[in-house]
Design a protein around this ligand. Sequence first.
Ligand code: PLP
Length: 378
Amino acid sequence: MSKIYLDNNATTKCDLEVFNSMLPYLGEQFGNPSSVYSLGREVKEKVQEARRNISELINAKEEEIIFTSCASEANVCAIMSAVRSYPLKKHIITTKVEHASIMETMKYLESVGYRVTYLSVDNYGRISLEEIKKSICDDTCLITVMMANNEIGNIYPVKEIGEIARRHHILFHCDAVQAIGKVPIDVSLMNIDTLSLAGHKIHAPKGIGVLYVKNGIPFVPLIFGHQEKNRRGGTENVPYIIGLGKAVEIILKDQYQSNEKIEKLRDYMEDEIKKEIDDTMIYGDLDKRLPNTSSIAFRDVDANQLMLLLESFGIFVSTGSACNSEIAEDSHVLVACGVNLEQYSPIRISLSKYNTKEEIDVFVKHLVQCVSMIRRRK
Ligand code: PLP
């Protein structure tokens, strides 16, 4: 049975070009970039090339890019750096729909005396800029808001939030993991102080991330050491950094053209589904959504049952964030949206440049069967 992978917000398949770019650095080119002899210098030059590509993609300076082990590390590092830089300020603003790496850090900070404002979202998952403005106080040291949501795909007004933060001299961190490669990112235009990225959402391997830190802002490392200009200790994961650099080079060449194709395919898929299945509901802000994401529910169809049935046909979708899939709880994102999960529990379909119309047709055919099987059993 051939497999149809439709869960690209969880992770993506490594590009063959990316895979091949890494191989020499797992073999003969094994030097440590900190070594001064040629074996190290050559590797260092390739690491710098990756850094250049990433800085170009987000309009940053090369020295503002720090490699980390993952985006979760980058998120935690940015938050802990902000609170340690302003030890007298004890208030943070975030949203109710952030990734677990942010949410869990907030819980920890609350346990040690911080006050956290979790911005609410409406039924479409949208936040209010007015609520941000009202939440700011003299004690606020950080605003952290994601650029795009992993479950419903909403794109948040990061530029406007950055402007508010700047006006009040508050640090602004942005988790851009789901946005990279899907929406243009300009850290300067968007007034972003720190930003996180992950390789595995853009066809590079898992286990490599980036933290952008704007020149001149206060910074306290999470892992002390000499690498990355004293900002992140630990010998660099050279092969994965080079793989990430290649994945970004591919995005730079593509100039977001793949996204047009992906968006058309997503819209075609949603139209076909709505034509074939009645009582469907699509979650999120349909006017401002990632081009690849669809959070879709069918009345009286349990999403977990549907996901498992689809898997029996070799089709992989999810019921929310991969990080929460082992926890039998409703998605915090959908709970925050206040939607009727009893009646309409969604599956998340997230496409990549590798998906084809033929795959979508096969998927829709099986989806129709699965939904009617579940509804008949009721
Ligand atoms: N932030 C968001 C929005 C994500 O979707 C993810 C991964 O799913 C992360 C952060 C964490 O990335 P990593 O797996 O590299 O730690």
